[in-house]
Every structure is written in C-alpha cells, then in structure tokens.
Design a protein around this ligand. Structure first.
Ligand code: MG
Length: 247
C-alpha cells in the first residue's frame, strides 16, 4: 500500500463515431471516481440505462469504500430493471459499467459487461478486466483463439449487463499501483476497432492525457468509427504526504 500515491492527471473523451446516430456511451470523471458506461437497447433505452448507472455512481461521492461502489452498481441494476418494466419505450435496456477509484495506492474496480479497464506501466499495457461476452468466455474456455475472437460474428454479444435481470453478478477487483501508472477505462468502441499496440502507443506518445484521449477517439474513427467510443484516462503519481492528506 502506497499512501503517497494519488490521481495527478485525468482526462476523458466521448464520441458518437462514424456510423451511429446517437451516443449512448457515458463517462464519469468525479475524482476519485472514474467510470465508463455503454448503454444498449432501443433508441431511448441505452442512453437512459447508462445515465442511471452513472447517476448511481455519483451518489458514492468521495467516499472511498469499495462496498459502496459495489452497492451503487447493484442499486443501478435494480433501478434500471424496474424502469425497463415500467416503460415500454425502455424495454430491454441495459448498460455495461466499468468504474473505479484510487485510494492509498490501490485501484478498486467494479465491472459488468465488455467495457474495459487497462493498466499502462513501464511501456506495457495489460487488460485488467475480463470481458463478459460470449466470445471472451469462449477464449477463456480455450474454445476460440484470441485472433479468431477479433472477427467472430458474435463478438459484440455480452453476457452480463446492468438492468437486464433482477440480479447481476459484479466483478470486483483491486490492483496495487506504482508511481507513473496510467489507468484507461474504455468502451468497446475503442477496444474493438483499435489494437492494444496502437492504444498503448497513443498513451505513451502523448504529452498530456487530454492529448492521448483525443488521439484514441481519432484512432477509433480512423478505423471506421463503427460504434460510440468513450475513454477515461487517469495518471497516478507520488505526491507529498501533505498534498495527499489535503487532496
Ligand atoms: Mg459499444
């Protein structure tokens, strides 16, 4: 545990892409909280589900309690499912959510769906979350190669989302951080069309995380922009104990 580590730089960007008519992704940057959500289900439903997930996360505020983060997603699940039953326009809506905060040098994450969290450290990037998708589950079982998964016709079909069922299984993870680490949260509009190598190069090659976020959106759109694309970037560095206590 590193008490002197804190979020020192934050950036986010979201774009409709080149194919869709509306953006049903959302990002949340409310330090120490960060999140992305990718809504689905109908014209109105997807945006509503993503909005409800982000609103539930906002309620967590600045409390750094992993249980509160988990509770927010469970509560969002219940609220979205109830709203979907109550309003025919919202039937079938749901949303992915990947959310987290940094406290005392530890990244706490909660995650449902195929949005992703990556950790960039020392010129390498690792995916921290497991995709809850048919294709990713086949890869984990050894039934499909990663290369074949990239072009599989069912690659966008997710197996878990907030709001589609009365109960939802939420992954909760913790990652010990080092000075200089960058955390990337993104929707599948980035990780689908853009290779990990390109994502890493964009982050490591950028002067600021704002520049990196803009480059990532451009990469997704250059690759055809097949989906809404949303990114949140957060850098962690050592700060003085006084600043950490104040921050
Ligand atoms: Mg998407």
């Amino acid at each position: 545990m590193r008490d002197d580590l804190a979020l020192t730089e934050l950036a986010s960007a979201s774009d409709v892409g080149r194919v869709r008519s509306d953006n049903q992704d959302l990002d949340l940057v409310a330090p120490p909280l960060i999140a992305v959500a990718d809504g689905m289900g109908g014209h109105k439903g997807g945006a509503t589900a993503a909005r409800m997930a982000v609103d539930a996360l906002r309620e967590v505020g600045t409390t750094t309690d992993p249980a509160a983060l988990l509770g927010a997603l469970k509560q969002a699940n219940t609220a979205i499912a109830a709203a979907a039953v109550a309003d025919p326009d919202l039937e079938g809506m749901g949303t992915t959510t990947t959310a987290g905060f940094v406290d005392a040098g530890v990244l706490y994450l909660v995650h449902v769906g195929d949005s992703r969290a990556y950790l960039v450290r020392d010129g390498r990037m690792v995916q921290v979350t497991d995709d809850h998708s048919i294709v990713a589950e086949m890869v984990r079982r050894g039934a499909l190669s990663e290369a074949d998964a990239e072009h599989h016709p069912a690659r966008h079909v997710i197996t878990r989302a907030l709001g589609v069922d009365i109960d939802v299984e939420v992954d909760a993870l913790r990652v010990d951080l080092e000075p200089g680490d960058v955390v990337l949260l993104c929707t599948d509009g980035l990780s689908g069309p853009v290779d990990d190598d390109e994502i890493l190069a964009a982050i490591d090659g950028a002067g600021t995380l704002n520049d990196a976020a803009a480059t990532l959106i451009a990469l997704a759109n250059d690759a055809g922009g097949p989906d809404n694309v949303t990114v949140v970037l957060a850098r962690v560095d050592a700060v003085t104990r006084e600043a950490a206590a104040a921050g």
